[in-house]
Each structure stands twice: as structure tokens, then as C-alpha cells.
Design a protein around this ligand. Structure first.
Ligand code: BGC
Length: 403
């Protein structure tokens, strides 16, 4: 079993429409921000709507062979059933530009932001959501499917469901378990329907979702509670993917941190191999990524991709090491037999971090908020070196194999 990354492994960066495009008047998050629910207003974000060639070039110069973005639903379908040719054309240009630069295009249909008309029609907890989302999907498949290499229908379904319908921290700000269950059912149905649409329209494009994966541990691995926590963790992490088992071509995971649970205060503690927590208050625990990859692979026996992994670190003192130890964990999972096919660092740019506004800095590149200039940090060049090294090793291993 080789311990090396395969030559066709996808090395990428990721971001999402609302977090970078700017001027997203027309979606529910924009409205949410105007109601004072976030630390900052997204405003012009990174102005990537206009400056996407700069972003694509940064990914290309980084040595990436893939870029994960999302489409902004309201820009494609500003009114129910009315599609915008200009919006579609914009994304077509953006995707073509990526291709020109040798970047495989990973496209998410829904990264948490919905058109206002969708919200007025009841949002995800209304049965009509399935039809609305499928018709958006159908249009995207027809118009843009030839410019996409891999499709994600929904980003991390669990987060917007928990926060949107249980804790109220995300739009639509509900705290109602009854609506939560309805919304979850509809999201699952919507994905299932979209999968069929994609397969009919573009049978060759792999389709799936990506899920935020938590690792939970108990102090003592030998205790009964360890086993119990692990069983619950798997049910929690994989609930959505278990329900779309037959309608996904790969397993998408987003991994950031792991937690240790106990019966005594503080009850929940971040696992951390570093001295401090990150700007998000998260620990650094690459072994959690290894575990997520192994369990995902064993559970579904489908190729696994890491579509997000990253650290908020404004001083950029810890990012390069973070990426190194996490990619080593990916390598260990490959050596352990998991078919892992891609790693995407979150994020290329410092962008709009939802509730926390422009506070946390995840970017390989800083963004000057006045001039919108992108300023690559040291870790950008470190990630570049790392990609080059892994690719060189992969090429050498392939040549040796041939001899
Ligand atoms: C989300 C991103 C977010 C990142 C960092 C992920 O859960 O998909 O949109 O910026 O975490 O918090």
C-alpha cells in the first residue's frame, strides 16, 4: 500500500459565494445582517463578483489543480421560476476562467444562502422547498453542467438546520424542533431529487454533499462511555449521508476540530496538540481528520474528499504547520487504505465569516478591506511548496511503478 498521494489527487482551496462575492442584496443572509444579527455587514465582501480572475489566478499560482466555489441562488433565479441570463453568464465565464488555468471546478449549489422569494415561500421547512431547489438544480445542470467537474448540492446540511431551526443563530432564526424535522426531511428529499436530475442531465459528473464532521472523545478510551460516544458520534456525523447512501458518488467531509466529553466540568473540552486555541476558539487535532476519513471510508466505501479544513490565524504564525500536519493525517488515512481523493484548504481569502463578520482570518491571503487587494501570507507560499512536494512524490512513485 503506497503512503503517497495519488497523482490525480485534487489540491485545492475553497470559498463560498456569500462570503466573498459582495453586494448579496437578494438573499436571506443579507437581510439577517441588516437586522443586526452579525458582527459586521458583509457589504462588498471580497468583491469577488468583480475580482474573480484575481482569485482564480491566486489558486493557479498556488499550484492548485482544483477550486471549490458556490453559486448564489438568487443571482441565478432572482424571482421564483425566472432565471437570470446575466447571472448564469457570469458563472459560465468564471468557470471557464478556472478551466483555462487548469483548475477542476467543484461547485456547491447551496452554501447556506437562499433567495428571499424562497424564504417567503416558507424556506426549507415548507414542502415546496424540494420543488424549488430541484428546479434551480435542473437549470444549473442544463446551463452550466458542462463547466463543472464535481457537484455538491448542499454544504454542511446539519449546521444551517441546527442553527436555523433549533438554536435560532442562523436565518430563519427559528427554535422549533417540529420545523427542524420538516426542514431536514425536505433537504434530504431535495438532495435525492437533485441527484437524479444530475444523473439524467450530466451522468458523468460526480454528485454528493459535504458534511461538517465532529470528533468526540472520552477521557478513557477503555471505558464503556468511549464506545457509546463513538456510536453516537457516527450517527450524528453521518445522519444526512446515511439517508442519501444510494444517491451520492463520494463522501464529502469538512473537518476543523475534535472535542473531549466528560461528566465533570467543563464537560466539553477542545482536543488540542497546540499550545493555544485558534481565533475561533477551536483546538488543533489532526488525528481527528484521520479518524473522520477512516470512518467515512469504512462506512460508505466511496471516495472521500476533504472539502474544508483550515485555521483562523491572523498573525499567520500557525497556518503552515496546521496544513502540514493535517495533510500528513490525510496521507496516513491513504496509507491506512482509505480512498481519499482531494484536500481543499479553507480559505483562499480572509472572508465574511457569517455571524462573526470579518473577525476570524482563515485566508492564505489577507484582503485589504479598503482597496480589496489580496495579499498572500507566508503560509500561501508554504502551502504551495507542500503541494509541489506531494505532487513530485506522486509523480516519482508513478514512474517507479512503471519501471
Ligand atoms: C463553513 C464555512 C465557514 C467555515 C469556517 C464551515 O463550516 O462551510 O462557510 O466559513 O466553516 O467557520
Amino acid at each position: 500500500m503506497t503512503k503517497k498521494f495519488p497523482p490525480d489527487f485534487l489540491w485545492g482551496v475553497a470559498h463560498s459565494s456569500h462570503q466573498v462575492e459582495g453586494n448579496s442584496k437578494g438573499n436571506d443572509w443579507w437581510d439577517w445582517e441588516q437586522k443586526g444579527k452579525t458582527k459586521d455587514l458583509s457589504g462588498w465582501a471580497c468583491d469577488s463578483w468583480n475580482r474573480y480572475p484575481l482569485d482564480n489566478k491566486l489558486a493557479e499560482d498556488l499550484g492548485c489543480n482544483a477550486f471549490r466555489i458556490s453559486l448564489e441562488w438568487f443571482r441565478i433565479e432572482p424571482k421564483k421560476g425566472e432565471f437570470s441570463a446575466a447571472g448564469i453568464e457570469h458563472y459560465r465565464k468564471l468557470l471557464k476562467d478556472m478551466k483555462k488555468r487548469g483548475l477542476k471546478r467543484v461547485v456547491t449549489l447551496w452554501h447556506w444562502t437562499s433567495p428571499l422569494w424562497f424564504v417567503e415561500d416558507g424556506g426549507w421547512s415548507d414542502k415546496r422547498a424540494v420543488g424549488h431547489f430541484s428546479s434551480y438544480c435542473q437549470k444549473v445542470m442544463e446551463e452550466l453542467g458542462d463547466e463543472v467537474d464535481l457537484f455538491l448540492t448542499i454544504n454542511e446540511p446539519r449546521l444551517p438546520l441546527n442553527r436555523g431551526y433549533l438554536t435560532g443563530g442562523f436565518p430563519p432564526g427559528k427554535q422549533n424542533p417540529f420545523l427542524f424535522f420538516k426542514a431536514r426531511r425536505n433537504m434530504i428529499d431535495a438532495h435525492r431529487k437533485c441527484y437524479d436530475i444530475c444523473k439524467k442531465t450530466r451522468p458523468n459528473i460526480p454528485v454528493g454533499v459535504t458534511q461538517f464532521c465532529n470528533i468526540f472523545e472520552y477521557k478513557n478510551p477503555k471505558s464503556f462511555f468511549w464506545g457509546f460516544i463513538k456510536t453516537m458520534e457516527k450517527k450524528y456525523n453521518w445522519y444526512f449521508q446515511d439517508n442519501i447512501k444510494d444517491k451520492q458518488d463520494f463522501i464529502g467531509v469538512n473537518y476543523y476540530f475534535a472535542m473531549e466529553l466528560s461528566f465533570l466540568p467543563p464537560f466539553v473540552k477542545m482536543k488540542n496538540v497546540d499550545k493555544e486555541l485558534t481565533e475561533m476558539g477551536w483546538g488543533v487535532y489532526p488525528n481527528g481528520l484521520f479518524e473522520v476519513l477512516m470512518t467515512g471510508w469504512k462506512r460508505f466505501k466511496k471516495p472521500v474528499y476533504i472539502f474544508e479544513n483550515g485555521i483562523a490565524d491572523e498573525k499567520d504564525a500557525r497556518r503552515a504547520k496546521y496544513v502540514k500536519i493535517h495533510t500528513e493525517a490525510v496521507n496516513d488515512a491513504i496509507a491506512g487504505g482509505a480512498e481519499v481523493k482531494g484536500y481543499f484548504y479553507w480559505s483562499l481569502l480572509d472572508n465574511f465569516e457569517w455571524r462573526l463578520g470579518y473577525g476570524p482570518k482563515f485566508g492564505l491571503c489577507a484582503v485589504d478591506r479598503d482597496t480589496m487587494e489580496r495579499i498572500p501570507r507566508k503560509s500561501y507560499f508554504e502551502y504551495k511548496k507542500l503541494i509541489a512536494k506531494y505532487q513530485k512524490e506522486a509523480a516519482m512513485a508513478k514512474d517507479n511503478h512503471k519501471k
